[in-house]
Design a protein around this ligand. Structure first.
Ligand code: SF4
Ligand code: SF4
Ligand code: FES
Length: 523
């Protein structure tokens, strides 16, 4: 049954929203952002900062938009003189003790105190410049969290996250009035596997990530929508880059997958994206027993396709479950006509659920695209595939398996770096990493999700889907069948693999969609 709708107007704009919606959420639909600090859609409502005061017709006094539900015929004014003056008073109170730290504060540029002070137009304080502001020393709260109490506006988002979402209530509000601060349990630390979210939730620069401390100013960062590669949950993230270097990973909200949160394992899983020891040109072995030589893509493609044309019998693909669905599809296409088998290897770790959110956990399976590989016919029996490789006529290795591969046939290695084990390869193909290309992963629940390019790829490296689609086109002699973009690569895959029928990049958008025939893995 459809939700019962309630009609109201907000700043003169008529909206219809489901019964029970909070005024602050209804306002977003009218294009109005009501200033707020303690409210966050991922936390229980506290209604304590009073920053979201609005004027509601027929109500005797100003109401807080974060704890007031819509009602039929309600008329809300966020810009009336009374509402503006109410919020101005709240801001004045919040700023009494707030230090003038913006030039040295990591949050500057993405701080809600800066933003709403600017939006509301609070020009100055009535306090004398000689007023001695409250001072408390910085505290170390955990492996990646610093607390700067002077900047704290006591919104309690951090306290509520630890108590109601992480279910590890180690934070509280200690003392009262202008002496209040966020206290941590005497034997507690913010070392819960999901604790880093308090840094994102803090609306000001009071909780800071040690990892990101003084690394960049917010306005120097470029942002790209991506998918975490840390496990099979498929959390939506934003990769922040500064001068082509990934410097921070933050959650991107997706109510179907990770709501507003990411775990600390995923948050810290980005340094490898900046590795300097990359293969930057294709390498080929010319003649028997020769050395590997750097070359161009044409010679590399010619060598690989000549090996594939001459091959008969078995072909084996040993792939990484961190490869894109598009790349895995074209690897499979490359072996069309041969007796092929493909397998992927999954690293396992500890499972760490976020107790307050159903079906959200750091998954034991530390692979973002194992499900995608399975849907494309790759097996989990890696050992069997490695054994089969010994007698195969062609073996293709896609990014760094952790074991040496022995084969009597031709060995083709495609990867981002050049491991010792790849020295026996007949051709080495340099590929982009996840931050340097567009693609899709399928998470454990069968949701197909896009990731976008965050930085440029070094040297002659190319996305793996491009490398393998070019090889397929060269092998077929079908030069007009070339694939120019990741979107086209996905269209080919969606047209020929039943589990992806009907999907396209446009349809997946930023939030992804379930693969039509991929049954979810039981929780
Ligand atoms: S530390 Fe940040 S999130 Fe926690 S109460 Fe203070 S301002 Fe709010
Ligand atoms: S739960 Fe998995 S996908 Fe989500 S942030 Fe953690 S490692 Fe990444
Ligand atoms: S946001 Fe409404 S009271 Fe804090």
């Amino acid at each position: 049954m459809a939700d019962e709708l309630v009609n109201l107007t907000i700043d003169g704009v008529a909206v219809s929203v489901p019964k029970g919606t909070l005024v602050i959420e209804a306002a977003k639909q009218a294009g109005v952002l009501v200033p707020h600090y303690c409210y966050h859609p991922g936390l229980p409502v506290a209604g304590l900062c009073r920053m979201c005061l609005v004027d509601i017709e027929k109500a005797p006094k100003l109401q807080i938009a974060c704890a007031t539900q819509v009602a039929e015929g309600m008329v809300v004014r966020t810009q009336s003189p009374q509402a503006k003056s109410g919020r101005m008073g709240v801001l004045e109170l919040l700023l009494i003790n707030h230090p003038l730290d913006c030039p040295i504060c990591d949050q500057a540029g993405e701080c809600e105190l800066q933003d709403f002070t600017f939006q509301e137009g609070r020009p100055a304080t009535r306090y004398s410049p000689d007023y001695a502001k409250r001072f408390n020393p910085v505290e170390d709260f955990g492996p990646d969290v610093l607390y700067v109490p002077n900047r704290c506006i006591l919104c309690t988002r951090c306290v509520r996250f630890m108590e109601d979402v992480a279910k590890e209530p180690v934070l509280n509000v200690s003392e009262r009035g202008d002496r209040a601060y966020i206290g941590i349990h005497s034997e507690g630390r913010l070392d819960h596997p999901w604790a880093g979210n308090v840094v994102d939730l803090c609306p000001v620069g009071s909780l800071l990530s040690k990892d990101f401390l003084h690394k960049a100013r917010a306005w120097e960062l470029d942002k790209a929508a991506s998918i975490c590669t840390g496990c099979s949950q498929g959390c939506n993230v934003t990769l922040d880059t500064r001068e082509n270097v990934v410097v921070r990973v933050r959650p991107r909200s997706n109510l179907e997958v990770n709501r507003y949160f990411i775990c600390d394992h995923g948050r810290m899983n980005y340094r490898w994206m900046n590795r300097g020891d990359r293969i930057e040109a294709p390498l080929v072995r010319r003649g028997r027993g020769g050395e590997l030589h750097a070359t161009d893509w044409d010679e590399a493609f010619d060598l690989v396709t000549s090996r594939l044309r001459g091959a008969g019998g078995k072909a084996v693909a040993l792939v990484s479950p961190k490869a894109s669905t598009e790349a895995l599809y074209f690897v499979r296409e490359l072996f069309r006509g041969l007796e092929w088998s493909g397998a992927f290897q999954v690293v396992m770790g500890e499972e760490a659920p976020l107790a307050g959110v159903p079906n959200l956990a750091l998954r034991a399976e530390r692979a973002p695209n194992g499900r995608g590989a399975e849907l494309l016919g790759y097996s989990r029996d890696y050992a069997a595939a490695v054994a089969a490789a010994e007698t195969a006529s062609v073996v293709l290795v896609l990014d760094e398996p952790d074991i040496a591969v022995r084969t009597a046939g031709a060995l083709i290695y495609a990867g981002t770096v050049f491991p010792e084990r790849a020295r026996d390869a007949h051709a080495v193909l340099p590929i982009a990493n996840v931050a340097e290309e567009e693609g899709t992963f399928v998470n454990r629940d069968g949701r197909v999700q896009r990731y976008f390019q965050a930085k440029s790829a070094p040297g002659m490296t190319r996305p793996a889907w491009w490398v393998f689609s070019e090889l397929v086109a060269t092998l077929d002699g079908a030069h007009d069948g070339r694939v120019g973009t990741a979107a086209e690569a996905f269209d080919r895959l969606a047209a020929s693999v039943e589990a992806f029928h009907g999907l396209s990049y446009a349809q997946l958008g930023f939030a992804g969609a379930p693969a039509p025939t991929a049954a979810a893995v039981p929780a």
